[in-house]
Write a protein that binds this ligand. Structure first.
Ligand SMILES: Nc1ncnc2c1ncn2[C@@H]1O[C@H](COP(=O)(O)OP(=O)(O)O)[C@@H](O)[C@H]1O
Ligand SMILES: [Mg+2]
Length: 328
């Protein structure tokens, strides 16, 4: 790793609150302009890691070599410099503070916080609001009267008002209607393309992986994986090819029976009668698997071949970790 070229550099980060280790031996580095997704179930340590990067955690709680735009958040005197180069969009609930404001008033507040001249801030805001399709008549509307998606976009604009190099977003799609989630993500991609902003998207929503250059998977404070979503998927047996079966009257017993077929690596329940099977050497073994199932009197109603989504990858990867722990 080359800590000079990396816009974010983390080497062996550990965070402890009291006796509890919340982030364990995390190392990763990020190039300028990348969109990084940080995934994991609630309590994995995602927010804590980001709070170290955004100067929100006292040094007495953490160890490791951390650099943001080449500067370490270790020393308090570096914080203003780092804060001028990063933006932070908190989880929606935390925005409550500003709900009484209108976006234009918010712009003033934020601009003065960051020491941006109001005139300049207005210009930047106009450009951001245009990219984000926030119509002019909304600018004077109270934030409290906006939809979840609109609020999120306004808060994204506020996070970018001082033109930071890096934008951190904590759960940007949480609390947004399912059908609008992708639109939030595509706005982030648009901002990234037009402004070149490096982004960290923290989420337990796997859909976010669609816009990420790299994904970090966290569990119990540990970084399990860090890589391109397609590469992670391709690291699964048979490059992530999945055989999906609809089976009559699926049961635990039947699943155990299928597991006896040696090349089977993973079986996932994906619905009442649906299982997804990952096998080694798909091309060679799939017809043998079907024969094996028929021999065992397992009735197959339907079968299809798919490539694992990132959501599936995540599930399989975490499941593997849980199994490792159980057999320890
Ligand atoms: N300030 C704190 N003091 C004590 N424990 C904390 C503090 N902040 C977070 N934690 C604990 O650290 C763990 C990870 O939390 P967090 O980083 O918020 O996870 P995530 O964002 O992945 O849901 C949780 O068990 C949480 O309770
Ligand atoms: Mg969190």
């Amino acid at each position: 790793m080359n800590s000079d070229k990396d816009i974010v550099f983390i080497d062996d980060l550990n965070v402890k609150f009291g006796k509890k280790r919340v982030v364990k031996n995390v190392s990763l580095s990020v190039k300028p302009g990348e969109i990084i997704g940080v995934f994991g179930i609630s309590g994995a340590g995602k927010t804590t890691m980001i709070r170290v990067l955004t100067c929100q955690i006292n040094k007495k709680h953490w160890t490791g070599n951390v650099k943001i735009t080449g500067i370490s958040p270790e020393k308090k005197k570096n914080h203003p410099k780092i804060l001028s180069k990063i933006g932070y969009v908190p989880q929606l609930e935390e925005l409550n503070l500003y709900y009484d404001f209108k976006p234009v008033a918010n712009i003033d507040t934020f601009a003065s916080t960051y020491g941006v001249p109001v005139k300049k801030a207005k210009k930047i805001a106009e450009n951001l609001f245009t990219i984000l399709d926030i119509p002019e008549d909304t600018w004077k509307k109270k934030l409290a009267k906006m939809s979840g998606g609109e609020k999120k976009r306004v808060s994204m604009a506020l996070g970018l008002i001082h033109q930071p190099d890096i934008l951190f977003l904590d759960e940007p799609t949480t609390g947004v209607d399912a059908y609008k989630r992708y639109s939030i993500l595509s706005y982030l991609k648009k901002l990234n393309r037009e402004l070149g902003t490096t982004m960290f998207i923290i989420s337990h929503d796997m859909e976010c992986s669609l816009v990420c250059d790299k994904a970090a998977i966290m569990r119990n404070g540990e970084l399990l994986e860090f890589g391109k979503p397609v590469d992670l998927i391709a690291s699964l047996p048979s490059n992530g090819t999945i055989a999906t079966f609809t089976i009559e009257g699926i049961s635990k017993k039947k699943i155990e029976l299928i597991k006896e077929f040696k090349p089977v690596v993973n079986i996932i329940r994906a619905g009442n009668d649906v299982i997804e099977i990952l096998i080694d050497n798909y091309e060679k073994n799939i017809s043998k698997l079907i024969e094996f199932m028929l021999e065992k009197k397992i009735k197959i109603n339907e079968m299809s071949r798919e490539t694992a989504t990132f959501r599936r990858y995540f599930q399989i990867r975490v499941q593997r970790e849980e199994e490792k722990e159980r057999t320890k």
